[in-house]
Design a protein around this ligand. Structure first.
Ligand code: TYD
Ligand code: MG
Length: 458
């Protein structure tokens, strides 16, 4: 392989190119290919030079797993899988301004409060700014070491020279650089090399390094794919800027489940943990409005109830608008097609807007039936009763399929005062009244009432 000759690197996906190109052949991004200094040439092969024999081990181990470092913030520890693992590297990605620095500072303060030695390195803010923020968060008393630094050589020397360090925040990896590399900070080459050095230090010392990374508007951490496989855990901090809710989600975790989420609310005193997300997500709901349905979902191991809002409006001539926040637009297109083909609802000429309230992003297919309920409710101008939750997966033939963890969903709904559930057929807990729906057309009938041809509703 002639990898070493390639000096043009796509900043979006990290692919190498022999010459400059306006579009990256690998990922299709435009204007993302920039020149970088070549990496060291790879050796031709082993030749006569052989390494030493490795000490191969058995799968069974007598040594207990290393103790985890819990932060004591339950929403954070849940996402980590029970606490931080010594000798590991984490990447925290998210849009600028979403609250990454705030979260990292609060995590460091929480760990420091439990006796861990924490260092916060900021490449974006001066030490005074970090102090100011800590003051605003009520963390001025936390014992941690601060520095404004971007030179990775200096950072490693500092970390190795002093006392034991358990947890280091690097804010952000895009501002860090190695003098040895002839490229600007933030380029793939620099980001990769800086992360590599910092991660190696963490593994050597048995410390935890948290790298903060900004997401580009395309939804990628700049130079990020290369980082995702270098670190043990990839976390995304999401939320709508105008909303107070923030969701921390693990998209990769070598030490825990990846579908757990942590829910926070941004307040004037920083990020507050939300122990009972359902009640908050439903807090601002107005009852008995049309186009609204409450979905009983599962995020990780935890049931979460959330309101789904739909607005179906007559469209002016031309292509109707489809706008989706918090759900997959392809999935919406499928559901609209099924409602059209199997239930005879002509949505093809209407504008359709769909919103998951509170800034949550749902990826579960179980949301299909709740989305359908909100759509039908808006179209028929009939509210779904406020004490009803909905869940179920919808197939292309309009059938409603069972989903996992029915009992957990129903139990959470019951706990929050819901009295009825529209669900797929199948055995489930008693306790709340259940309407089993086998086909999407049954849902339509249930919401707007069965209609005869030609009759209006009213
Ligand atoms: P920040 O952590 O700086 O975001 P990031 O590091 O992801 O760029 O958070 C910035 C936003 O958070 C800023 O717009 C103000 C808001 N914020 C609060 O609302 N309350 C607070 O206590 C703090 C510290 C920030
Ligand atoms: Mg920041």
């Amino acid at each position: 392989m002639a990898v070493a000759h390639r000096t043009f690197v796509c900043q979006a996906c990290g692919a190498g190119h022999r010459k400059w190109a306006g579009q990256c052949e690998a990922c299709g991004a435009w204007n993302s290919v920039t020149e970088e200094a070549p990496r060291e040439r790879a050796p031709k092969g082993l030749g006569a030079k052989r390494g030493r024999a490795l000490d191969l081990q058995t799968l069974a181990s007598a040594a207990p797993p290393p103790p985890r470092l819990p932060t004591g913030m339950p929403e954070l520890d849940r996402v980590f899988g029970g606490g931080l693992v010594p000798g590991s590297a984490l990447l925290l990605g998210g849009d600028p301004g979403i609250g990454k620095s705030t979260l990292a500072l609060q995590a460091a303060a929480a760990l420091a409060g439990r006796g861990a030695a924490c260092v916060y390195l900021s490449g974006e803010e001066a030490v005074d700014q970090v102090r100011l923020r800590a003051g605003r968060l009520g963390l001025a008393g936390a014992t941690m070491a601060l520095a404004a630094a971007t030179n990775v050589g200096d950072i490693i020397t500092t970390l190795e020279g002093g006392k034991r360090v358990d947890f280091v925040v690097v804010d952000s990896i895009q501002t860090m650089y190695l003098e040895q590399i002839d490229a600007a900070p933030g380029t793939v080459g620099q980001v990769r090399a800086a992360a590599h050095e910092l991660i190696r230090w963490a593994k050597r010392q048995g410390a935890v390094v948290l790298l903060i990374g900004h997401v580009t508007k395309e939804g990628l951490i700049a130079g990020p794919r290369v980082l995702e496989h270098m670190v043990d855990t990839v976390l995304y901090f999401e939320g709508e800027r105008g909303h107070q809710f923030r969701i921390l989600r693990a998209v990769k975790n070598r030490f825990g489940a990846t579908d757990e989420i942590g829910v926070f609310a941004m307040s004037d005193r920083g990020l507050e943990e939300v122990a009972n997300p359902s009640s908050l997500f439903l807090g601002q709901r107005r009852e008995d409005v049309t186009g609204s349905a409450v979905f009983a979902g599962i995020e990780g191991t935890r049931p979460i109830l959330v309101e789904i809002q739909a607005l179906v409006a007559p469209a002016p001539p031309g292509t109707p608008r489809r706008a989706v926040v918090g759900w997959d637009s392809g999935r919406l297109a499928m559901l609209l097609a099924v409602l059209d083909a199997r239930c005879g609802l002509a949505l093809g000429t209407s504008d359709v807007y769909l919103n998951v309230a509170g800034g949550l992003r749902i990826s579960e297919p179980a949301a299909d039936l709740a989305v359908a309920a909100a759509l039908v409710s808006s179209l028929a101008a009939v509210p779904v009763p406020a004490t009803t939750v909905v869940f179920g997966e919808v197939g292309l033939s309009g059938e409603v399929r069972p989903v996992s963890q029915m009992d957990a969903r129903l139990k959470e709904a019951g706990k929050l005062g819901f009295r009825r559930a529209i669900t797929p057929p199948g055995p489930a807990l008693a306790g709340i009244e259940r309407f089993e729906i086998g086909a999407l057309s049954d849902l339509v009938d249930r919401i707007r009432g069965p209609r005869r041809k030609g009759s209006g509703h009213g």
